[in-house]
Design a protein. Structure first.
Length: 571
């Protein structure tokens, strides 16, 4: 096959991307790159090469390291002085000095939901700072910038959590997480814990950031507008789920849960308590929640408030990890009162409900984490802590398990995780726009792709002519692949073709052959389309319910032999 691969005109293996383009391995001059879009910055995720869930995020503050520039306002301080040595060895840090009581930097903001503010600070003439956010309520945290990390937090009010980290050379990264609508953010030079009324003092400051989430994300510089990083609207999701590298293509889905990671708002804890940011999540960050029963008995559960999304068919999922307890039970309370035991030690889900659930799955995400998944029609889900898979648990005030990333979506199967921070979020469908081939295929060519299709859809791959008219359509239907000749409406593949695997379509003139997983699957009487093929699309906007992991695509400007196609498609 090496000779055939050398003759290929296009080879796409999803390994790299930039500026919304998914790069082809051949040709390597950009002629074969795919234009990609999705249409939302922060609602899509993937599993990266480290095995962690990766998100998009934004710095919502403006002029994030320009503290004399609007919208920053200086109150009872001298204008901040730039050119100071920063935590990162640069000279773009600042210091600011009080001239009166309540001396501070401030910026107007307009945020709601779960937010984390972070900033790098260093003691100068003062060692204390107060970070404060105003809105319908005031959230604040005092930090001592010279005390040991273990004792560096002072008094706080109305916060979800806070943290202080050693950033080196005397610098500390201070973070405060809060929930709710806020309109102002303040950084006070303080004289001590709870004291900001003094008239002297100074601090160094660098790199302020405000992002949605329970933790601070890596710093992103802003000027006059928020700036996003991570998985963006034009980022192809090269996904490493299970260790395999694939291009993840999904339909549009909406997560109906408004708080997917913070369980302190919008959720009912029935005889349970939570500890936010208590463990490392599947993101690899300290933003998993511990949940534990506060009393012994049946139905110690966590559920949505005031009601579950329960219309039509709903798929619900949550990431969970064993701690002292290792059983998480899901029941549909509108059903029989029994349900699914997700055993977090064995990774086995046992469904004891005979009618409630249409689909059950448990997916290993590594490091003890599992995504626990179930589908039901008109459900009312309860997640119950359990001693042994039943409905009861014994409490001692500490023992529990970890949860992260809850999701509820309309549909019969789960899609990738959609994070939410106060409102429901929609991840739009991925589109790979029309690509003009490096050279016209004419009517003699071979096209190969290696893929996994999880659900039926309108089309994975569309081959077109110079006028954008569809020539061939590849898609899955009822647990098999179909390839349709649009010229005569003829299906080209035997109906027993496997729904996942390696496929090759080889055409010479009107003679066409289809190979799936090492076997010829051409329908009797199949005829090739004699229209010249010049373009193709992948997973077009109207793809409907299709989910695809695309591992590889190769186009040959010749019709490969039977033996070559068999070798190419053999698993």
């Amino acid at each position: 096959m090496s000779t055939a691969l050398e003759a290929a005109s296009l080879i796409m293996i999803p390994t790299s991307y930039s500026d919304g383009l998914l790069a082809s391995a051949k040709p390597n001059d950009g002629a074969g790159d795919f234009t990609f879009s999705r249409g939302s910055n922060t609602s899509a995720t993937r599993v990266n090469a480290d095995g962690n869930i990766e998100k998009g995020y934004e710095n919502l503050l403006l002029q994030s390291n320009s503290f004399t520039t609007t919208p920053w306002v200086q109150v009872s301080i001298l204008p901040p002085t730039s050119g100071q040595t920063g935590y990162d060895g640069s000279t773009d840090a600042w210091y600011f000095e009080k001239t009166g009581a309540f001396g501070r930097l401030q910026q107007s903001i307009s945020t709601s939901g779960v937010q984390t503010y972070s900033v790098y600070l260093k003691a100068k003439d003062s060692s204390w700072v107060n970070i404060e956010i105003h809105g319908a309520s005031t959230s604040r945290q005092y930090f001592d910038l010279t005390a040991p990390i273990e004792t560096a937090k002072g008094s706080s009010n109305n916060i979800v959590s806070s943290s202080i980290e050693d950033a080196g050379n005397g610098w500390r990264k201070c973070s405060i997480t809060y929930e709710g609508s806020k309109t102002f953010l303040f950084i006070f030079i303080a004289e001590g814990n709870g004291q900001v009324s003094g008239t002297t003092g100074s601090l160094y400051i660098q790199d302020a950031m405000l992002n949605q989430e329970l933790v601070a994300y890596p710093y992103v510089e802003t000027t006059t507008a928020p700036v996003a990083a991570g998985i963006l609207e034009d980022t192809p999701r090269i996904d490493f789920s299970g260790g395999d590298q694939s291009l993840l293509l999904e339909p549009s889905r909406t997560s109906l849960i408004k708080y997917s990671e913070y369980f302190g708002v919008g959720w009912i804890q029935d005889n349970l308590s939570i500890i936010t940011n208590d463990a490392t999540s599947p993101e690899g960050l300290q933003n998993a929640t511990k949940v534990y029963p506060t009393s012994s008995g049946n139905y110690r559960n966590i559920r949505l408030s005031p009601s579950q999304p329960s219309s039509e068919q709903i798929t619900i999922s949550i990431f969970a990890k064993a701690a002292e307890l290792d059983h998480l039970v899901l029941i549909d309370y509108d059903g029989s009162g029994v349900g699914i035991d997700f055993n977090l030690s064995t990774g086995v889900a046992t469904d004891s409900a005979t009618t409630d659930f249409d689909f059950v799955d448990m997916v290993d995400y590594g490091n003890g984490w599992y995504r626990c998944i179930a589908t039901a029609t008109n459900p009312y889900f309860y997640w119950i802590l359990s001693d042994n898979g039943g409905l009861s648990v014994t409490a001692n005030g500490t023992d529990g398990l970890y949860i992260y990333g809850a999701q509820a979506e309309q549909g019969s199967y789960p899609t990738s995780y959609i994070p939410t921070y106060g409102v429901s979020q929609t991840r739009l469908v991925e589109t790979i726009d029309r690509l003009i081939l490096p050279e016209s295929l004419g009517t003699e060519f071979t096209i190969f792709f290696d893929t996994e299709l999880f659900q039926s859809g309108n089309g994975l791959l569309i081959l077109e002519d110079v006028n954008n008219a569809e020539v061939y359509k590849f898609y899955s239907y009822s647990n098999h692949y179909d390839i349709l000749n649009l010229q005569n409406g003829q299906y080209l593949v035997k109906t027993d073709a496997a729904p996942n695997g390696k496929i090759a379509l080889s055409q010479s003139g009107s003679t066409i052959k289809i190979y799936v997983n090492g076997q010829e699957k051409t329908k009797a009487g199949a005829v090739g389309n004699t229209t010249e093929i010049t373009k193709f699309r992948i997973n077009q906007t109207s793809v409907g319910s299709n989910i695809c992991l695309l591992n590889q695509m190769i186009i040959f400007p010749t019709a490969l032999s039977d033996d070559e196609c068999i070798t190419l498609t053999t698993i």
